[in-house]
Design a protein around this ligand. Structure first.
Ligand SMILES: CC(C)(COP(=O)(O)OP(=O)(O)OC[C@H]1O[C@@H](n2cnc3c(N)ncnc32)[C@H](O)[C@@H]1OP(=O)(O)O)[C@@H](O)C(=O)NCCC(=O)NCCS
Length: 171
């Protein structure tokens, strides 16, 4: 099946918001989604964007049963490793169920890898839920390693009241 991979634009935010909800449902975390189309428009397409996006699109004749031609996406941003230097973090990778197994996920991830390398990054980092075996297998098939089990890293977070409390007082 023909598909195109291209940089996301402001006009894609409605579909990205829809697919974020679909990904969250797949990850059994739909209740956790607070982001809106407007947030994506502001945070991804203002002067200093917090993220970048890639869209997978199919021709009109191949659109989904629900009439969508934007059928996959990836969100990524640049980060920094004090050990290794420039890095790219892939926040999301998603392909709608009826379009999986056709090379679209690989093409999206390849584009993030190409952009990361072009920007001088030496690492592509991301996290995967431990029960998401099909996606773990997909990533392993692309040469990725599980550094949680290999190096013993834990993914930590401070948010809500704890974050407010942490930020109180003078430095
Ligand atoms: C993971 C996901 C993005 C993969 O996208 P996809 O379009 O189905 O995958 P592709 O068709 O591009 O697969 C490309 C390659 O991966 C391999 N692959 C895909 N799924 C695989 C699996 N479950 N096990 C082993 N290999 C797999 C394919 O055989 C293919 O191999 P190749 O390198 O020889 O061509 C997609 O399945 C998805 O959106 N899953 C649900 C959401 C999700 O879990 N996202 C990741 C969150 S971290």
């Amino acid at each position: 099946m023909d598909f195109t991979i291209r940089a996301a634009t402001l006009e894609d935010c409605k579909d990205v918001a829809r697919m974020i909800t679909e990904l969250a449902e797949y990850e059994k975390a739909a209740d956790h989604v607070e982001i809106t189309q407007k947030d994506l428009e502001q945070d991804g397409f203002s002067k200093n964007p917090f993220f970048h996006g890639i869209i997978a699109e199919v021709p009109e004749q191949h659109k989904s049963k629900d009439g969508h031609s934007k059928v996959g996406y990836s969100l990524y941003f640049y980060s920094y490793s004090s050990f290794k230097g420039r890095a790219v973090y892939m926040e999301d990778l998603y392909v709608m169920p009826e379009f999986r197994g056709k090379g679209i996920g690989k093409a999206l991830m390849r584009k993030v890898a190409q952009l990361g390398l072009a920007a001088g990054c030496t690492q592509l980092n991301f996290s995967v839920l431990d029960w998401n075996k099909p996606s773990l297998d997909f990533y392993f098939s692309q040469g990725c390693q599980d550094v949680t089990s290999d190096l013993g890293y834990h993914y930590l977070r401070c948010e809500g009241d704890a974050l407010e409390y942490l930020a109180q007082g003078d430095p």
